[in-house]
Each structure stands twice: as C-alpha cells, then as structure tokens.
Design a protein around this ligand. Structure first.
Ligand SMILES: [Mn+2]
Length: 472
C-alpha cells in the first residue's frame, strides 16, 4: 500500500490530525514552531533538520507515495512544496489549508489544494440539513399518526413527480393504500403516466371534492390548494400538509408546509426525507422517485438544482433499471408494430422532417415511434401521428438545437385542437372532425401530406422569425 506522508505545520495542526484519526498507511511528521520543541504530538515524529529537501529525503518516500502538507501559512507551504519537489520530484502533493491558495504556490506538476477545517465544516453543514429534514419527518409523523384515513391528494391528471411523491409519502408514514390512498380530482391521462402506475402497481383513485369527507387527514403533494380552480372546494383550503416545489401560493391554511421552489421536483424533497431518517428505499420506490425527478427536470436539464442532482445520484444507486425501462418503454402491441411496419415501408425524411403516420393505434405507441423516428439519417424533427378514438394525436421530437418543439406544435394546432410541450418534445391533439373540415378526408395519405406541410411551414416561419430577431 502506498504511504501518505503527512507534514503538519506546528503542534496544533498535528494534534488536529491525530484527533481526526490517522489512517494506518500514514506516516505522520511535524515541523515544530519555535516554542514547540518539547510539545511533540503523539504518533508524530519531527522532521529532522526542519523543512528541507534533505529532511524530506530521509523519510524514504517510494514511487507511488503521496504527500499532504497541512498548514495555514503560505511561506510554510511554499517551502514544503519546493522541498518535496526536490526530494521526490514525482510525488503528488495535497495541500490542506483553508487560507493558502494554490495560485500562490510554486509550479508543481501534480498538486491539488483542499480545505482543512472547511472539509469538516461542509460535512457538519450537510448533517444539519439532514437534521432539518428529519425534523420535518418527525413533524409529519406526529401530525398524521392518529388520523384514521389520510387522503394524499395529487393534482388532476397526476404527473410522475406527484405520483412518486404520494407513493413515497405513504411509505414514509408506514401506511398502506387502504388508510392512505392516493386521490385526484382528475384521472391519470397521459399514456406515459399510465404506464408508470401500471408498472409500479400504484392505484390513483379519481374522486369528487365531496368524497374528501371520508378523510380525517389531508396531505397535498406536488400541488397547492389554490390550484384547484377559481373557487376550490372548502375542504382543500384547510389541510394538514403541503409538500411542493411550485411557486408559493397564498389563500389557504396548512398545518405543515414544505415548499422548496428552488427544487426541480418534489420527489427530491421526499428523497431527502428518506435519507434523513435512514429509511431503506426499495428499488420500486427509488425507481418511482427517480422517474419523478427525471421527468420534471427533463433528465436533469432546465430548472435542476444541485439538490435534485444529489437525490438523483442517491436513487440511481438503488433503482431498478428493468422497471424504469418498462415505464419508459411500455411493451408495444402487435398491431402497433404492424402499423409501424407499414409506415416505415414508405418512409422518407423530407426537409429534415421524418413523419410516420400510423393509422389507428394505441396511444402509447405514438410517443415511442416518435422517439425511434428521430434516429433516421438527416432527421432534425420526428413526428409520429396516429388516430386514437376520435382524435388525431401526434408526438414530436427534435434534435434539441432547432426551434422549440412546443412552439411549433402550438402554431400547428392553433384553432384546430390542443398542443404544447418543451424544447425537444411536444404533443398535439386535433379532433378528426376539425381535421376533416379543413382537409375533407382523414386517411393516412391526407394526414401525412397535411402534417408535413404544416410542420415545414411552422419550422421555417420560426426560423425566419429567429433570423429577423437576430438581425435586430
Ligand atoms: Mn413536480
């Protein structure tokens, strides 16, 4: 094992090091200050002859050994760097100091600066953050433990973040679905989100505001009461708990509120709670929370805080990749694959747009085909369209450096249907009767022609606008 030579400046720092607890492969040396010659700290030997290359040489460093210089004084560190460099030219040096900056030191090919007390301080601060989270959990548990039936209310058409947090809160409280169901005023609609609750086996009950009466406890997660319309039901204006990351709203009472607007996902708050109590996070729950963070931050893209990154990293060590794949890539039905085969049979990338028209398919096939379509050579945009019920539904993906997909889709569906999305993904829905009003028919060829023309037009007009605004 490589040896670490620890060179401490004075008795105080040597004792500090000794208290932290030296590792067995550390060779402890110190350079006494003027009045310290008899104050030798236990376990340390003094550097014979002071801070010189000869003294360092006598330590007998071999190839692969490291040096740490522990000091708050720049002259000491400078002298030590030179001495070590001369005696052991290839030995890496770690300078541990809160005051000495590496810029003030002589050039060295392999030197790194680190804090000393600040290293411990960072850990201490982190622990106090855990403690603050622990306090929240204790509050939560105390507040809710005597409630017979707790409603965990999500926003209407719950998204993965809300679902994961509801699921996680229930686990944190040690409850099961019968005494703490996840409820919502509007059912889970997006096919991706349905795939999530299916893969995880989570039940989200759709209820009416009146049905809230059956609960003697109410917790809102990833949502705040005043989101439920102009005049929300009275029951939601006075609740027990709100845990959220959306901008703080007023006009309601909550016994306990934990709103962290700097966070990209509420799932991050829940993950911190679990870390704070030292709860074992099972792969299923970790997968749900990880997916919640991933989808709310668009894979740690915009609006991501370092807290989200840390929670994500923590969850990443326990989640189930197989389960996540099942959520993100739901199994494609055979007729969906055949529809894809027909569409691919005559596929063509035109003006950077790869458009695949599937005909009548199950809705979750459409976004998956859009993902796939973007892999076509020359495609900057991928559009997958299909007929679901009485609507024409299309999913859009782009390579990211072109105009925002959401804007393009909004331009296309204007006056015809609904649509929107983000920079690189979007979705549009146009009722078939509206489509027929404009295009007479709604067969695959007509849909293809109409959508392609609309996309090329929308993308180009966006580009023109972009060029114009640049010129200005
Ligand atoms: Mn959220």
């Amino acid at each position: 094992m490589a040896t670490r030579f620890i060179v401490c400046d004075g008795a105080e720092l040597a004792r500090l090091w000794a208290r932290i607890g030296a590792s067995e492969n550390e060779e402890l040396t110190w350079v006494p200050r003027e009045d310290e010659s008899r104050a030798r700290p236990t376990g340390f030997r003094s550097l014979q002859g002071g801070l010189t290359a000869e003294a360092i040489q006598k330590l007998g460093a071999k190839d692969g050994d490291d040096f740490a210089l522990v000091s708050e004084e720049a002259p000491f560190v400078r002298a030590a760097v030179s001495a070590v460099h001369e005696a052991a030219p290839h030995a890496p040096i770690l300078v541990m100091s809160d005051k000495v900056q590496t810029e003030d030191l002589p050039d060295h090919p392999c030197l790194r600066g680190a804090g000393l007390r600040t290293l411990i301080r960072d850990d201490v601060d982190k622990e106090f953050q855990h403690l603050a989270n622990l306090r929240r959990v204790v509050e939560l548990r105390t507040l809710l433990q005597s409630r017979e039936k707790l409603g965990i209310l999500l926003q209407p058409d719950p998204d993965p973040d809300g679902i994961a947090v509801g699921y996680g809160l229930r686990a944190l409280l040690g409850r099961k679905a019968p005494t703490a169901p996840l409820v919502s005023f509007g059912e889970v609609q997006r096919p991706e989100n349905r795939a999530m609750i299916q893969a995880l086996g989570i039940d989200v009950r759709t209820i009416t505001p009146d049905e809230l009466d059956e609960f003697d406890g109410l917790a809102l997660v990833d949502v705040q009461p005043t989101v439920f319309g102009e005049s929300p039901p009275a029951r939601v204006l006075s609740v027990d708990v709100v845990i959220d990351h959306h901008p703080e709203r007023t006009g309601y009472d909550a016994v306990m509120k934990d709103i962290r607007t700097g966070y990209g996902a509420t799932a991050t708050i829940l993950t911190e709670y679990m870390q704070a109590v030292g709860m074992e996070v099972r792969p299923k729950l970790a997968t749900a929370l990880l997916y919640g963070i991933k989808s709310d931050t668009q894979l740690l893209g915009r609006d991501t805080s370092s807290a989200d990154m840390q929670a994500f990293a923590y969850l990443h060590s326990v989640y189930s990749p197989a389960l996540l794949r099942r959520i993100e890539r739901p199994a494609l039905p055979e007729d969906g694959l055949r529809a894809l085969g027909r569409a691919l049979g005559s596929t063509k990338v035109e003006e950077g747009v790869h458009l695949l028209v599937l005909g009548r398919v199950r809705e979750d096939v459409i976004p998956q085909v859009a993902d796939l379509g973007l892999q076509a050579e020359g495609a900057e945009w991928s559009v997958a369209a299909g007929v679901v019920g009485s609507d024409l539904v299309f999913s859009v993906r782009n390579v990211g450096y072109v105009r925002a997909a959401g804007e393009v889709v909004r331009a296309i569906v204007e006056g015809l249907g609904v649509g929107g999305g983000h920079r690189s993904m979007a979705k549009g829905i146009v009722p078939l009767k509206n489509f027929r009003k404009v295009h007479k028919r709604a067969d695959r060829a007509t849909i293809r022609k109409a959508l392609l023309a609309a996309f090329v037009r929308a993308i180009q007009s966006d580009e023109e606008r972009a060029t114009l605004s640049k010129k200005r």
